[in-house]
Design a protein around this ligand. Structure first.
Ligand SMILES: [Zn+2]
Length: 356
């Protein structure tokens, strides 16, 4: 049954979320003439229209309300645990029984099925491609979100670990292969599963993972829901990114640098020596040369110049090797070797450690 945290009505506490919930109920429930008690949209602001709607409902249901009363409610006031609220709840249609709202938000929604939250948490705990602490924390968030708010969070279709190849195919990110926390099982995109919220007119809108429909209705209402998720996540802890609301990760982004962390992993599991800025010795133990971006290296297009390769080979062999001596095939083989180090990093994603 829908519940309020403080009373609503004339001279009452009128917390935004309590007002919104009572208004939504008065918008949904209809009088004998088939009209909703509240004509406008519910908005969480208490005013004259809400006052009239409460009084009309109380008058129309006076017998039921008075019969059930232990403590007398004032006319025009909906008390916590009072019979006005219980009578209003009983009058809700079957489709709208499980109304709910998060404190300090304005969006009334329908409770999710517990089976959805349970299945979501189990899928995360059973995912072999998440790092152990991360998946424990992420599943704990799913459990907490349902326990606190009866909302089911779940992984979006592309929200799990992303291989380097999958990262290379991503178009909506600047992060190249090995440069996203998703590549190392320490990040997830986790949204709202089948979130059903109540529109201003009392009708139900079913939203998808990213709450795009709610965003279209009100960006601030959408943000308030993500903020509620992130407030629970912060206690676990899990960390958000400022530019991607659906995303959560194991570490605070301010505590590490993705390309430098990738370089550390390349040095751990690869054959060549690597330095930040993607410089490599080509596995020859000599001078370091810039070899392009993560995207270029992964694509087999590392920027290996004949001059740099000649210099590195000279250092390795202690003989003078000129640029003109370098064959195209040597460049191609070097590009393949550099890509092979990235492949080793992809395979050994679990060994990633953060570097600032
Ligand atoms: Zn993400």
């Amino acid at each position: 049954m829908p519940s309020i945290t403080a009373n609503v009505g004339d001279g009452a506490t009128n917390k935004t979320h309590d007002v919104a919930l009572v208004q939504a109920m008065l918008r949904i429930v209809k009088n004998a003439k088939g009209s909703p008690y509240l004509a406008g949209s519910y908005d969480g602001s208490y005013g004259g229209q809400t006052k009239s709607a409460i009084i009309s409902f109380q008058k129309d249901n006076a017998k039921v309300i008075q019969a059930g009363q232990k403590a007398k409610e004032k006319e025009g006031v909906v008390d916590v645990g009072g019979t006005t609220l219980a009578t209003l709840a009983a009058a809700l249609p079957a489709t709208h029984k499980e109304l709910r709202i998060i404190p300090n938000t304005k969006t009334v929604y329908l409770e999710a099925a517990s089976a959805d939250a349970t299945a979501s948490a189990a899928a995360i705990r059973g995912d072999a491609e998440f790092e152990a602490t991360f998946k424990t924390n992420l599943a704990a968030l799913v459990d907490t979100m349902f326990a606190e708010y009866k909302i089911a969070l779940w992984l979006t279709p592309t929200g799990r670990r992303r291989t380097f190849a999958q990262q290379a195919a991503e178009t909506k990110t600047f992060a190249g292969p090995g440069e996203s926390n998703h590549n190392f099982g320490r990040a997830a995109d986790i949204g709202f599963k089948g979130f059903r919220w109540i529109q201003g007119d009392g009708s139900i809108k079913k939203d998808a993972d990213w709450l795009n429909a709610l965003h279209s209705a009100s960006a601030s209402k959408e943000n308030a829901l993500w903020d509620a998720r992130d407030a629970l996540a912060a206690k676990i802890p899990l960390f958000r990114l400022n530019f991607e609301r659906v995303h959560l990760q194991l570490f605070d982004q301010a505590t590490f640098n993705n390309p430098r962390s990738l370089v550390k992993l390349l040095n751990t599991v690869g054959k060549a020596k690597w330095e930040s800025g993607y410089k490599s010795d080509f596995g020859l133990g000599g001078a370091m040369s810039p070899v392009g971006t993560a995207k270029q290296i992964w694509a087999g297009n590392a920027t290996v110049s004949k001059a740099d390769l000649a210099k590195a080979l000279s250092a390795k062999t202690k003989k003078v090797i000129k640029e003109a001596d370098i064959k195209l095939q040597q460049i191609i083989d070097t590009q393949k070797a550099l890509k092979a180090d990235f492949e080793a990093a992809d395979t050994n994603w679990i060994k990633w450690v953060k570097v600032l």
